[in-house]
Design a binder for this molecule. Structure first.
Ligand code: NDP
Length: 315
């Protein structure tokens, strides 16, 4: 029998981090009954599931679930499950300490290209002391795809440092200092004025492969790409081609279609690619647990939880 209103039954499956999440959840919700996937529990009593890369088939065993909380900003690992009931609420984390980390990651990566550190790294290998003029930051045009919790924070931070920043989203946004574009029909124009393209879109059926040979060709010659969203947003073969033909200057990638990136993958030793192993922003347990607990309270009060995923758009 479920006890959702006063003492919910909560299942945690957090890809190797179960113990840390359980400890934090028990501290925040001492009245709740909280179990991890390796403990004995009755699946029919579980009210809420906290998931990060949960085992296949787990969702369909939980017949009385009231909601699934993703332990990340992305929900592709949950909404892609064929056994996910169409009307089951899926809730994601909003920022939860990730926006600051995304800002740091993108600042470093943007400066890598804007201050020619890619070129100086090649020169060092050849003991070459050639100096290049330092570009004016306002002349470096950054385009941010996705102006959500993370994209808007990155766009605003880079703009405050003097970069010329524009952003692209599904619905029109008004953000101080940022030139905004919305919808498919503006994608070409947006890309055409992005010297450094940042991808912070969620993975959905619409955004998969959004950067392909056609859309990459809209970027100005010599543009660079930073992708810390999901590997599936970029067609990897098309990216390699655009780098090898010289259309693109470089790519700074935190994500790939297959993770961990296989040892034999051409990205590893490509001279124009920098790789980091999906570390742009980690989920902060403390902030996340607070959001989850507040959302359980909202649900109990009959309110809409924050970060509720629109199951039609998939994010
Ligand atoms: P949000 O859901 O808050 O924002 C998504 C943004 O993308 C919104 O602005 C949305 O538009 C826009 N968008 C979605 N679909 C489309 C579309 N078809 N066309 C145009 N714009 C679209 O997500 P977050 O900012 O919280 O996170 C973004 C992604 O970052 C996550 O989904 C995750 O994959 C990734 N991530 C990566 C991490 C890492 O360490 N590498 C860590 C954390 C997250 P609109 O505003 O109009 O809805």
């Amino acid at each position: 029998m479920s006890t959702a209103n006063n003492a919910p039954n909560i299942l945690i499956s957090a890809a190797g981090e179960d113990a840390a999440w359980k400890e934090a959840m028990v501290a925040r919700l001492p009245g709740a009954k909280i179990v991890t996937g390796d403990e004995n529990y009755d699946p029919e009593t579980i009210d809420y599931a906290l998931f990060w890369k949960q085992p296949q088939g787990l969702i369909k065993t939980l017949s009385n679930l009231k909601a699934i909380f993703s332990l990340g900003a992305g929900v592709d690992h949950v909404v892609s499950s064929p056994s996910l009931p169409a009307d089951l609420p899926v809730i994601r984390l909003e920022d939860a300490g990730m926006a600051d980390q995304m800002v740091q990651y993108h600042l470093y990566a943007a400066l890598h290209f804007m201050r020619d550190f890619d070129i100086y790294s090649d020169q060092q290998a050849k003991a070459d002391w050639t100096q290049h003029p330092v570009a004016r930051i306002s002349k470096c045009r950054i385009g941010v795809m996705g102006l959500g919790a993370l994209g808007a924070a990155v766009a605003t931070a880079l703009s405050s440092l003097g970069f010329g920043v524009s952003g692209w989203s599904r619905s029109m946004k008004a953000i101080d200092g940022i030139t905004t574009f919305a919808g498919k029909e503006t994608l070409g124009e947006f890309l055409g004025q992005s010297d450094i393209l940042i991808c912070l879109l969620p993975r959905t059926t619409e955004t998969e492969n959004v950067l392909n040979s056609t859309t990459l060709s809209f970027l100005p010659k010599g543009a660079a790409i930073i992708n810390a969203a999901r590997g599936a947003m970029i067609n990897e073969a098309d990216l390699l081609r655009a780098l090898d033909t010289g259309h693109l200057r470089g790519a700074f990638l935190d994500v790939a279609v297959t993770e961990p990136l296989p040892e034999s993958h051409p990205f590893w030793d490509h001279p124009k690619i920098r790789i980091t192993p999906h570390i742009a922003a980690e989920t902060r347990i403390e902030e996340s647990v607070e959001q989850i607990a507040e959302n359980i309270d909202r649900i109990n009060r009959g309110e809409t939880p924050r970060g509720l995923v629109n199951r039609e758009t998939g994010y």
